[in-house]
Structures are given as structure tokens and as C-alpha cells.
Ligand binder design. Structure first.
Ligand code: AN0
Ligand code: CP
Length: 320
């Protein structure tokens, strides 16, 4: 595997899930694979889980790891070609990428949506430059539009906790005080469409996800109706994807607190498990009671980030 951004990059999901379970049973099984190989993890944005779980995954495989927080100590980077660099940015991404690549074998990049231009974000301008100019395998650690390591961990978690063959999985929008990216719901929708589940998306009008990710998934604007009989409830806030009105891209269209996941909605589910990628704002996205309930999977879900990252790095090491 040279690039990891989409569910398609993994190949057949049953094979990938088997590999994940094998690694979960013995996470050091491939500790010789990464000997004298270096992973470079580059963060343009904050992280707790991705940073720690991906480092741990690389160490499971015997790799060396370098972590760079671009905004803390590195030179401020210009990302647009053709700019006269007379401002506060000292270095251009076009030099920085090959320099960084020269010190490593595999590169992970976190670079969130900037919300300056829908086109720039959805064209993945930053990650595409890493793919083009690094000459190294690149995996996405949440880009402008996708978060595949999260969705893979979510899929592993659903596989572990499902109580029927084809569970009903509901992705629900929930309110949040800041405009958040669409990367998590985009990838979750993409992965659930590829998995053997009954998938439903619910959100207020105007929050329609990009068709390239949501595909033909059932969209239900009535949250209570969507929750009926659900086996898994996956909550997430996202800002306006700008599908129906491009001028609203990245805006907060609703802060309707009736969408906060509480016992009221959970009562109509099939005793559903609650999921969220974290970090989560309590009593905005989900009530204390629901996130603390025995049906909440937020901690095992986060723990599975180590497993999804180990599978991805293993696949990339095998292809070096
Ligand atoms: C980010 C987001 O919503 O994309 C990261 C989630 C993994 N969340 C925040 O910025 C709070
Ligand atoms: N879920 C997730 O990616 O968390 P971090 O932003 O803390 O890495």
C-alpha cells in the first residue's frame, strides 16, 4: 500500500478485519518488519489519539518514530505556489516535503480543512502535495476531507460488539459551538457503505454530506425516526459541507440542542451502543448519562486506533 486515504486502499474488508483481529491478539507479531525503518508523523493540527496510537503502532512493528508539530518550532510554511514570500512564512512546502521525506520511509500527515475554499479542501491540496513530492508512502491522519484510521478503528469496534449479523448503524449530527470539519462523517459514511451493515444518516437540513462519501446511504431528517431499532449510534458534529449551497461551506447552520444524544433518543433504539471518535464536548454532543453508560464504546473505540494504525503501517512496510 503506497497511499492510505480510503476504504478502497485496504482491499477486501473481511481480510483487513481478520488481519486486525490477528494483530489485536498479538500486537507484536510483526515486530521485525519495521527494523531500521522510520515513520515520520507530521501534525498541522492538534491530536491526542492519533498522535499516541500511531506512535504505538509504529513501535509495535519495531519502527523508529519522529513526530513533528509543524506549528510548534518548525518554520512557518507557505503552501501556495507563486506567492512572493515577504510575509511571516519562512519556508515553502515544496522544499519542506522532500527534505522531511529524506529522513524517513513512511509519512503520516494530519492537515484539517481550512474552510477558506471548499475547492481547495475537497481537492486535498496539502495531502496531494505530500503524495506527489515526497516519493514515500503517505497515510492520512485526518486530512481536509477524510479520517480513514478512525473509520477503520470504528469498523473494527462494530465488528467486535455487534450482536446480530447485519446491525443497524446510525450516524447522527449533533450540535457543537465551533465549526468542525466533515472528515470524520465523510469517512465513516464511506466505510459503512462498504461494510455489511444497515446504514442510516440523520442531520438537520443543509448538512447533506458530499455524494462521493455518502453515496446512496439512507438519509432521514427526523432524528427520532432514524434512531428506531438502531444497534449502534455514532454521533458527530460537522459544519455545512456546502453541497446544496456552496456559499455556506464551513458554516454553523444549526445549534439545535434537541439533537444532543440523550436517554430520550437512546430509548427508541435496540439498546444501541454509543460511539464517538473523541474528543467530545459533553452535554453538547452527548449527555453525561449516555457517554458513561455501559453501552458506550468510546474508550474501546479509541483503543482500536492502535490496531487500525498497526494494520496500515504493516501493509505499507510490506510494500516498501
Ligand atoms: C476534529 C474534527 O471534528 O474533525 C478531530 C476529530 C478527530 N475535532 C475537533 O477539532 C474538536
Ligand atoms: N479521534 C481522533 O482522531 O482524536 P485526536 O484528534 O485526538 O487524534
Amino acid at each position: 500500500m503506497r497511499v492510505f486515504r480510503s476504504v478502497k486502499d485496504l482491499g477486501p474488508l473481511d481480510v483487513a478485519l481478520k488481519e486486525a483481529m490477528e494483530i489485536k491478539a498479538d500486537r507484536y507479531k510483526y515486530q521485525e518488519l519495521g527494523k531500521n525503518k522510520t515513520a515520520l508523523l507530521i501534525f498541522f493540527n492538534n491530536s491526542l489519539r492519533t498522535r499516541l496510537s500511531t506512535q504505538k503502532a509504529a513501535m509495535n512493528l519495531g519502527m523508529n518514530v519522529i513526530v513533528l508539530d509543524v506549528n510548534q518550532g518548525a518554520w512557518k510554511l507557505e503552501t501556495e505556489r507563486g506567492v512572493v514570500m515577504d510575509g511571516d512564512k519562512s519556508e515553502h512546502l515544496l522544499e519542506a516535503i522532500p527534505v522531511m521525506a529524506s529522513y524517513c520511509d513512511i509519512i503520516g500527515v494530519r492537515s484539517f480543512a481550512r474552510f477558506e475554499s471548499r475547492e481547495d479542501d475537497y481537492q486535498e491540496k496539502i495531502l496531494e502535495q505530500f503524495i506527489q513530492y515526497s516519493g514515500k508512502p503517505v497515510f492520512f491522519m485526518e486530512s481536509a476531507t477524510v479520517h480513514p484510521l478512525q473509520s477503520f478503528a470504528d469498523l473494527i469496534t462494530i465488528e467486535e460488539y455487534k450482536e446480530c449479523k447485519r446491525p443497524k448503524v446510525v450516524l447522527t449530527w449533533a450540535p457543537h459551538p465551533k465549526a468542525l470539519p466533515q472528515a470524520v462523517p465523510n469517512s465513516f459514511a464511506e466505510w459503512m457503505n462498504a461494510a455489511d451493515v444497515d446504514f442510516v444518516v440523520t442531520h438537520p437540513e443543509g448538512y447533506e454530506l458530499d455524494p462521493q462519501f455518502v453515496g446512496d446511504a439512507r438519509v432521514e431528517y427526523d432524528q427520532m425516526k432514524a434512531f428506531e431499532g438502531a444497534d449502534f449510534v455514532y454521533a458527530k458534529n460537522w459544519s455545512c459541507p456546502g453541497v446544496t449551497r456552496p456559499e455556506d461551506y464551513g458554516k454553523i447552520l444549526s445549534q439545535d440542542m434537541s439533537w444532543t444524544v440523550s436517554e430520550r433518543q437512546m430509548a427508541v433504539t435496540n439498546n444501541a451502543h454509543f460511539m464517538h471518535c473523541l474528543p467530545v464536548r459533553r452535554n453538547m454532543i452527548v449527555t453525561d448519562d449516555v457517554i458513561e453508560s455501559p453501552r458506550s464504546l468510546v474508550i474501546p473505540e479509541a483503543a482500536n486506533r492502535e490496531i487500525s494504525a498497526t494494520v496500515v503501517l504493516k501493509r505499507m512496510l510490506e510494500a516498501l
